[in-house]
Design a protein around this ligand. Structure first.
Ligand code: AMP
Ligand code: ZN
Ligand code: FE
Ligand code: FE
Length: 280
């Protein structure tokens, strides 16, 4: 049995439905999956039902946008209690900020002479967690760019006319929020930050794991992160970060986390102190 613990559905910026992810994963022989949409757990109930039918173990999760100092980092959450009021209200806050950010980006693009509307972006996003990939698709649909990458290159990358920064919480706060909701906190794709010194610092804030295997890590990089995870007492995890067809061929199946590593993460869940009593 192998696992893929980093997957995005159309409840954030992926293109597959939760059911489609589960079916494609079953066809590839994956035995455990985590749904990790950006700032959203909206797709988890459907994915859980789909996995149950296919005999796949499901892990409800999310990917939170955070920062450590000035470095943006992503924190994956696993085994979240979806009924946690603190979690639901914090996610709603982040989704509201994302929605306002889309309006801000569209406004900037309009001032730059690009005729698109926020409603067109929201119609494409069709979820509570809209982001730049949805603006990119709207720009392509409006004929302002030739393709998705062109949209980022011309308008949406940092420093380009349509860019607006995203709200980020300190990594320590993301970890605390995840623990409060009964989950485990894992630092996503460290290879993308080019700032390895932050790993040990964030680990000391109570991190549970490090995403050692990721489609954008090299084999040597993954091995080095696995050793680092070991030395910091962190679980070594992995996932494809599949966004469906959003970025060409689906990445699902490119990372197969070995069962031993998956069970190691799972054991930490049971070793965790019970989540805090519900608060309102
Ligand atoms: P957001 O969370 O709204 O800032 O959007 C971030 C997402 O946009 C990431 O998950 C990437 O998939 C995508 N993205 C960011 N930068 C680029 C880029 N230069 N080219 C293509 N996609 C990008
Ligand atoms: Zn994404
Ligand atoms: Fe990420
Ligand atoms: Fe991701």
């Amino acid at each position: 049995m192998t696992a893929d613990l980093h997957l995005h559905s159309h409840f954030s910026d992926g293109t597959f439905s939760p059911e489609e992810i589960a079916e494609r994963a079953a066809a590839q022989g994956l035995g455990a999956l985590a749904l990790t949409d950006h700032d959203s757990v909206e797709g988890c109930a459907r994915m859980e039902a789909a996995c149950l039918k296919l005999g796949i173990q499901f892990v409800p999760g999310a990917e939170l946008t955070a920062e450590h100092g000035r470095q943006e980092v992503h924190v994956l959450a696993y085994w979240l209690d979806l009924s946690s009021q603190a979690l639901v209200s914090r996610l709603a806050g982040f989704q509201a900020v994302r929605t306002n950010r889309i309006r801000d980006m569209v406004h900037k693009l309009n001032r730059h002479g690009i005729a698109i509307t926020a409603d067109a972006v929201f119609a494409i996003a069709n979820c509570r967690s809209p982001g730049r990939p949805h603006v990119a698709r709207a720009l392509v649909a409006a004929g302002a760019c030739k393709d998705y990458d062109d949209a980022f290159e011309k308008f949406l990358k940092k420093g380009r006319p349509g860019f607006a920064p995203k709200a980020r919480m300190p990594a320590a706060e993301a970890i605390e929020l995840i623990h409060h909701a009964g989950g485990l906190a894992v630092l996503a794709h460290p290879g993308l930050y080019h700032a390895d010194h932050v790993i040990a610092e964030i680990a000391s804030d109570g991190l549970d794991g490090l995403e050692c295997w990721h489609t954008r890590h090299t084999a040597e990089g993954s091995e080095a992160y696995r050793r680092l995870a070991d030395s910091l007492g962190l679980a070594a995890t992995g996932g494809s970060d599949c966004h469906g067809m959003a970025k060409g061929q689906p990445l699902l199946g490119r990372v197969h986390l070995p069962e031993a590593e998956f069970r190691g993460l799972e054991r930490r869940r049971h070793a965790q102190p019970a989540p805090a009593a519900p608060s309102n």
